[in-house]
Design a protein around this ligand. Structure first.
Ligand SMILES: [Ca+2]
Ligand SMILES: [Ca+2]
Length: 167
């Protein structure tokens, strides 16, 4: 599978041209396999990496959560902090699927990111994209033939009732 990197560099405003030319545009890059994170009700997990795009003047804190807490939970990395000394070193967020007994299908939801927390004004309050995630259902798919049989049975029963009800 291809790796996909999401960068905020394109949507961050107010940066000087010289800053951008030097590759110092404040932003966050997420990296993970495929188009979305993939977990399952068999409790399989997935993860993505996080780095800053430029060196901050102060610590930068990222807070993550799961938009559907009945389908998955964060195993690690719910809060990450980058410092001026490690802003370009990957940190990871891991997420694992949760099981249920419902035939609820594959559920798509998000790992949501709060606006960044930092005293560095180019990072503090910066809005970061959410990461799409799918939890694959593990309940068996029903046999279409069985459903049809139940439908016919109901039809026959209705016919009998209506004939009994005649005067
Ligand atoms: Ca489910
Ligand atoms: Ca299920």
């Amino acid at each position: 599978m291809k790796k996909q990197a999401i960068s905020l560099a394109a949507i961050v405003g107010g940066c000087g041209a010289a800053e951008q030319a030097a590759g110092q545009t404040p932003g966050v890059t997420f990296d993970f396999d495929g188009l979305n994170l993939e977990v399952s009700e068999d409790l399989t997990s997935d993860r993505f990496s996080v780095v800053l795009d430029s060196e901050p003047t102060d610590p930068v804190q990222l807070n993550f959560s799961v938009s559907d807490p009945t389908e998955a939970v964060l195993l690690s990395g719910a809060m990450l902090t980058f410092f001026p000394g490690n802003w370009d070193r990957e940190q990871f967020v891991s997420v694992v699927g949760l099981d249920d007994q419902l035939q609820d299908g594959d559920i798509a939801f998000l790992v949501t990111t709060d606006p960044l927390v930092s005293d560095d004004l180019s990072y503090g309050g910066l809005d970061v994209p959410d990461i799409p995630i799918i939890n694959f259902d593990n309940e068996p798919i029903p046999e279409p033939a069985t459903a049809l049989l139940v439908g016919l049975g109901g039809f026959v029963l209705t016919r009998r009732r209506s004939s009994v009800g005649r005067r």
